[in-house]
Design a protein around this ligand. Structure first.
Ligand code: ADP
Ligand code: MG
Length: 233
């Protein structure tokens, strides 16, 4: 309806403003970080304060980074044919230390056949990293994340399933996932899923999150196959 249209236009203006501001914050932030490190090196300063300052600067950096994804004026999305398995294997080293710390095992099911998706690899990496971080964070005492995928030639897409055995998501909160700043974590920014939904939408894919019995969350990410259009056998 018209009302919805106005609302989504407003949101996109706000999103662009936020992204612009985020971009402007990056440079002074980099300077702040650098000089904080220099001060720490040159003075016999209180290292507890230093840790807190660096931690908080890191946090601002993280939030700003998530906002910049919303509308990146300087990086046009580049859709190419990418091997899904390579993308999945490529993010393991990024998550490994956090997974080990949490006693979480990442299991990626080997593919029966190569699968080329149409995507901007860095953006899809970011989606997968955000989703897996959520899964790791949901299992503070350890667990397993199972990742598998299956292509559907008829629909011209691939579905990726990411399943954890954490507590899952309370039913009444399911519809709030992806809402900006919605978080149940003490140190959460509540921006990860919003960014995921945004990226997946621009890829003409789908993202859904549900609970799976007896416990745990299951995410399904659908992305278009490179050969969609039906030329390649
Ligand atoms: P953040 O991770 O900063 O909280 P997100 O947008 O990534 O922000 O996630 C929003 C909320 O969704 C989380 O705070 C958490 O409550 C819930 N959530 C997301 N993924 C999972 C999961 N795998 N298991 C349980 N809860 C989850
Ligand atoms: Mg998150």
């Amino acid at each position: 309806s018209e009302q919805w249209l106005i609302r989504s236009e407003k949101l996109s203006v706000i999103g662009q403003l936020a992204a612009g501001v985020a971009h402007e914050i990056r440079n002074p932030l980099t300077a702040l970080k650098g000089f904080t490190q220099l001060l720490h090196r040159n003075a016999d300063s209180n290292s507890r304060y230093y840790e807190i300052m660096m931690g908080e600067l890191e946090r601002i950096n993280y939030i700003v980074g998530e906002f910049m994804v919303l509308s990146k004026p300087h990086h046009r999305q580049e859709l190419k044919a990418e091997n899904l398995h390579d993308i999945l294997i490529g993010i393991v080293p990024i998550l490994e230390s956090q997974a080990i710390l949490h006693n979480v095992v990442l299991r990626i099911e080997p593919p029966s056949e190569a699968c080329l998706v149409r995507c901007d690899m860095n953006q899809i990496k970011q989606v997968l990293i955000n989703l897996m971080k959520n899964a790791i964070e949901a299992m503070p005492t350890g667990g397993t994340i199972d990742i598998r995928y299956e292509r559907d030639r008829i629909k011209g897409e691939v579905a990726v399933w990411i399943e954890d055995d954490g507590p899952g998501i309370p039913a009444e909160l399911l519809e709030r996932l992806g809402e900006p700043f919605f978080t149940t974590k003490e140190k959460g920014a509540g921006l990860g899923l919003m960014v995921c939904y945004k990226i997946v939408e621009t890829h003409e894919g789908r993202l859904s999150i549900r609970n799976r019995p007896p416990s745990g969350a299951a995410v399904t990410l659908t992305l278009p196959l490179w050969e969609r259009g039906g030329i390649v056998a």
